[in-house]
Structure formats: structure tokens, C-alpha cells
Design a protein around this ligand. Structure first.
Ligand code: NOJ
Length: 589
């Protein structure tokens, strides 16, 4: 190589960041982007795989690691960057892996550590990153720590969990999510004491106030980082710190246990310690399940100067449209788009100057996105599914996209309680039955809101069990797999699947869709969600009709010379009049 050319190359590398063109200070239009505080995890699209339901390799009816490995080329073909895997650790599966009995081992049904190593390699070979689930607010009651802790009051592991000696009387009530009676203290006669479990009684809460426990957790995290995992999604992490005097719920919380749980006295201190001891030593990403967090606490968690976590996902959006104080009973009037727009605009502004947001409409704890936020009947299933995908891929936040949503998979809507497998649905049913409540009304509501709706097996093709397993699937397959499946959608250029690939590429090719300023337009429009994204002179307009009726965006922008970047109808009219569930993205000139 000629000497001058070599020197120029070296200089270019030094100034633009040679080893990662994605992170360069110049964007695709040669504009300076150094002010953006670019990070790979801000520019990433996260694809969530629910391992139990993705692909079964050994025919036992349960998805496994080898199954995922066999489908990595498909995952790569989507254009996403990061895979989030729900828990794959040893577990008796009372809550599908969210009850861990050994943090440094693999669940037998899913495979072995060698399978894990091969899977991680398979991902890294394809340029995909892996984010694991970190479930450390509680463990399984089958974890060795709990077995020891239970065995006697002076066992060295006693303080790994929260115990209340019965001679002090009954502890003040704590609410439990999965307990049939809603009570989070369980009496254990072995040592005449109560232990705390915010979730099922088989999920005892770990005692983060004990420094030894914290050290164990940080070491465990380092074990996985040393293997090369690229980050953690942190399960109910806002709940880890507790006031161990366990007073009655302070009046200021007005009965809201979730808010109280998320406001423990040392939450930020423990996250900072985790950051210092483990996270700061690696180039990894972290995302908190931000349940119960106020916007202030949320901001504090992701403010870079405080050295806690990178991102969190809030619950305000996905809680919309349910009747208050009932168990996820959908409001018969549906949800209000004006409120929806307010919530997502508010959360955009929380991270406008500092920190970074996330955006999602579905995951393993939510029903299928198209059923809940779109319309899963007839032609509207595909259209509204693409419209929602357009929303997720054009907001200023890292998108978390749930497996199967790229196919437009919808709720299975079981008629009978016997079809459900989820501890949440089964315990709620028992609770309502014990109280003589309306079981049919509960089953009707579950058709919309139950978690098992999104956990049905992934639909690969139209062979039996949708190509998910050769055995009996652990949860029924949605009968629409005959038409809604990967093989069919691969062949159809207008499929949800191919639309997803296109819009993922659009986001990856346009930095403005990642970092650009977000401005809500036509705020009072009850049918249309309209906004612009702007960066360095580039301006993008997004128009989304959230309704099954034609609608017009009142935005006073002449679109005749605008450039259509993507739309979910075969052609677009360059007008602000939108067809049912129409989604269009224009570059404004
Ligand atoms: C949140 C998880 O996402 C959910 O699936 C689980 O049941 C609870 N946390 C308890 O771990």
C-alpha cells in the first residue's frame, strides 16, 4: 500500500472509529453525529425468544436450545441485532423458568451447558448478541440456598431470604401476585417462621440486604459474562430492596403494593454496586423490567452519570385499557388512543435529554400485540399488525420485539381453564372460584389478556403442530398455523414477515429513526397517531391509523413531493387521508 494512502487510512480510522463503522461519528449522509452519544444497544433491535415455545428439537413437546440453534439463520434473516432469551436455567418450572433452582446450570428440558455454549457461539458467529434473563428478586424453593435457609434458624444461609419469626406475631400483610389468597407471607412449621414471596409460594424472595447474597449474585453474573453473554434483562429488579422491619403498608401508597415494592430503601445503591462489581467490567447491555417505577425513579436508573442500568421498560402503556382494580379485565370500550399517545409521548420526554428508552407492545407476559392493540379479524390482522410494527420501529427508543409478532400471530383465546398452563391464570381462577365469583366472565377476559396467548408454539409451517414439535406440544398450537406461518409468509412479498424485514432495514439505514427528535402532531385525533422524527436536517413523518375506519391526519403538511419510505398498503396516495389501519412513513422534503 502506498505510504500516503496508509497514513490517510490510519487518520480516518482514528477520527471515525475504524473498528465499528456503526459507531462512527459520521452518519450515512456524512453528517457529524458525535453529539448523539451513540451506543450499540441504542441502535439495536431486540428480538425476544420464548425458548419453551420456539422450536423443539428432541420431540418432548417443549422447545429447547438445540431447537433455537437450528433456527438461527431465520433469526438472522430478520435483520435484528440482539436476542433476549427468557430463563433457561435449572428450574422446576412452576413459573416457566422464573423459579430458578441453580443459576449456573441449564434446565434439563432445554439441554446442557454444551448446548448453551454452542448456541452462544452460533449467535456470535452470525453477529447476533445474547441477552439473558436475570431473575434475582426471588429463587425457586428448590434452590440449595433455600433448602439450607429453611432447615434451621441458625443455618448460614438463613439470611439469604426474608424470615419473620412467628413468636413476633403475624407479619404485616404483603401482596403476592401468584398466591391463591394473595398473601405473600407463608408459614413454615419447620422453624416456626414465615417467609416472604411476592410471587408464588415456590418463589421465595432473596434478601438483598445481606451483602453475602449480593456478592453471590454479582459472581454469578460474572460467570455468564465470562462465557461471553452480552447483557441481562432484569426480572422485577425494582423490587429487590426491602424495608426489613416490614411495617404495615405506609398510607401514602394508598393500597398500591406494586409502587411500594418498587421503591425499596436501597434500590439505587444496590444497582450502583452491581454496576461497579460486575457490569462496568464488560461491554454489555442491561434492561430492567421497570414494574412500578415512577418516572423519576425510572430516569434515575438509566441516567448514565449515576452508573446503574442502560434501559428499562415501563408498564404504563401495556396497562392501558383494563378496568381498574380488576384482574386484567379489558374495558368493553377498548383503549383510548389519546391516552395511548399521551403515555408514549410522556415516556419519550423522560429520556429526551439523558438516559434512553425502550418500546414494546408484546412479550411473554402480555397477550399477542395484534389482538390487544390492533384487530385480529380477517384482513385487519395483517394490516393492523404491520401498523403496530411500524409504530415500534419508528419511535425514539430501543424496540423489543416478541417472537411470532413478525408473523402477525394472534391470541389463541382458550374456552376452557384446562387449556391454560400459566400459574397466573390458574391461580386467579381458583381465587375467583373460592370466592364464588363469575368464572365465565373471567374466562372471557382471559381470551384477551392471558399470558398463555403469547406463549403458544411458534408457527413454522403448515405441517402438524406448525412444525414446532414432533411430540405433543406443552401448550396448544393456534389453529390458524395452517396459513399464519413462516413458510407461507416467506413466499408472500406482502406478508407481515417481509414487512418486518423491510422496516427493520429502514430503521437500521436511518439514524434519524433511532436518535431523531420526536414530535407528536394532531394530538387530539382519536384515530390517528402522527409524529415526526428529525435529525440533522432529515425529517420523517409517521402516520398511523389505529382504527378500522378511514381517518385523516390534520397536520397541514403537503405530502405531494414527499418520498414514501414504507407503507402497509400496496400503494400510497401521498395524502393525509388514511385507510383502515394504514401506516405510512414519509421522508419530508
Ligand atoms: C416477570 C416475568 O416476566 C414473569 O414472567 C414472571 O412470572 C414474574 N416476573 C416473576 O418472576
Amino acid at each position: 500500500m502506498h505510504k500516503t494512502v496508509f497514513v490517510i487510512l490510519i487518520l480516518t480510522c482514528l477520527f471515525a472509529g475504524c473498528n465499528n463503522s456503526n459507531q462512527s461519528a459520521m452518519n450515512e449522509n456524512n453528517t457529524d453525529t458525535s453529539a448523539l452519544n451513540r451506543k450499540w444497544w441504542k441502535e439495536a433491535i431486540v428480538y425476544q425468544i420464548y425458548p419453551r415455545s420456539f422450536k423443539d428439537n428432541d420431540g418432548d413437546g417443549v422447545g429447547d436450545l438445540k431447537g433455537i440453534l437450528s433456527k438461527l439463520d431465520y433469526v438472522k434473516s430478520l435483520g435484528i441485532d440482539v436476542i433476549w432469551l427468557n430463563p433457561i436455567y435449572s428450574s422446576p418450572n412452576g413459573d416457566n423458568g422464573y423459579d430458578i433452582s441453580d443459576y449456573q446450570n441449564i434446565m434439563q428440558q432445554f439441554g446442557t451447558m454444551a448446548d448453551f455454549d454452542a448456541l452462544l457461539k452460533g449467535m456470535h458467529d452470525r453477529g447476533l448478541k445474547l441477552v439473558m434473563d436475570l431473575v434475582v428478586n426471588h429463587s425457586s424453593d428448590q434452590h440449595e440456598w433455600f433448602k439450607q435457609s429453611r432447615s434451621s434458624r441458625d443455618n448460614p444461609y438463613r439470611n439469604y431470604y426474608h424470615w419473620w419469626p412467628a413468636e413476633k406475631g403475624q407479619p404485616a400483610h404483603r401482596y403476592s401476585f401468584f398466591d391463591v389468597n394473595g398473601e405473600a407471607w407463608k408459614y413454615d412449621s419447620l422453624t416456626n417462621a414465615y417467609y416472604l414471596h411476592y410471587f408464588g409460594d415456590f418463589q421465595p424472595d432473596l434478601n438483598w440486604e445481606n451483602p453475602k447474597l449480593r456478592e453471590e449474585i454479582f459472581n454469578m453474573m460474572k460467570f455468564w459474562f465470562a462465557k461471553g453473554v452480552d447483557g441481562f434483562r432484569m426480572d422485577v429488579i425494582p423490587f429487590i430492596s426491602k424495608d426489613t422491619t416490614f411495617p404495615p403498608l405506609p398510607a401514602e401508597y394508598n393500597g398500591d403494593f406494586i409502587k411500594y415494592y418498587a421503591h425499596g430503601p436501597h434500590l439505587h445503591e444496590y444497582l450502583q454496586q452491581m454496576n461497579k462489581e460486575a457490569l462496568s467490567k464488560y461491554d454489555v447491555m442491561t434492561v430492567a423490567e421497570g414494574i412500578g417505577l415512577s418516572t423519576d425513579d425510572a430516569h434515575a436508573i438509566v441516567d448514565e452519570d449515576r452508573h446503574e442500568l442502560n434501559m428499562l421498560y415501563h408498564f404504563e402503556g401495556v396497562s392501558l385499557g383494563y378496568l381498574p382494580n380488576q384482574f386484567k379485565v379489558p374495558d368493553p370500550k377498548g383503549y383510548d388512543l389519546l391516552e395511548f399517545k399521551n403515555i408514549y409521548s410522556k415516556w419519550d420526554s423522560v429520556f429526551e435529554n439523558k438516559g434512553w428508552g425502550t418500546i414494546y407492545l408484546g412479550n411473554h407476559d402480555q397477550p399477542r400485540m395484534v389482538t390487544r392493540w390492533g384487530n385480529d379479524s380477517g384482513e385487519f390482522r395483517g394490516l393492523s399488525s404491520k401498523m403496530l410494527t411500524t409504530f415500534l420501529m419508528t419511535m425514539r427508543a430501543t424496540p423489543y420485539y416478541y417472537n411470532g409478532d413478525e408473523l402477525g400471530m394472534n391470541n389463541i383465546k382458550f374456552d376452557k381453564i384446562d387449556d391454560y398452563r400459566d400459574v397466573e391464570s390458574l391461580n386467579m381462577y381458583k381465587q375467583i372460584k373460592d370466592k364464588g365469583g363469575d368464572l365465565q366472565a373471567f374466562l372471557n377476559a382471559q381470551k384477551i389478556s392471558a399470558r398463555d396467548n403469547s406463549r403458544t408454539p411458534f408457527q413454522w409451517n403448515n405441517s402438524s403442530n406448525a412444525g414446532f414439535t414432533t411430540g405433543k406440544p406443552w401448550l396448544k398450537v393456534n389453529p390458524n398455523y395452517k396459513t399464519v406461518n413462516v413458510a407461507a409468509e416467506e413466499k408472500d412479498s406482502n406478508s407481515c414477515l417481509n414487512y418486518f424485514r423491510k422496516i427493520v432495514k429502514l430503521r437500521k439505514d436511518n439514524l434519524v429513526l433511532v436518535y431523531g427528535k420526536y414530535t407528536l402532531l394532531d394530538k387530539e385525533n382519536p384515530q390517528v397517531y402522527a409524529y415526526t422524527r428529525e435529525l440533522n436536517g432529515k425529517k420523517i413523518l409517521v402516520l398511523l391509523n389505529f382504527s378500522s375506519k378511514p381517518a385523516t391526519a390534520n397536520i397541514n403538511i403537503d405530502l405531494t413531493s414527499s418520498n414514501l419510505l414504507i407503507g402497509n398498503y400496496a400503494s400510497a396516495n401521498n395524502t393525509t387521508a388514511l385507510r383502515p389501519y394504514e401506516a405510512v412513513v414519509y421522508e419530508l422534503k
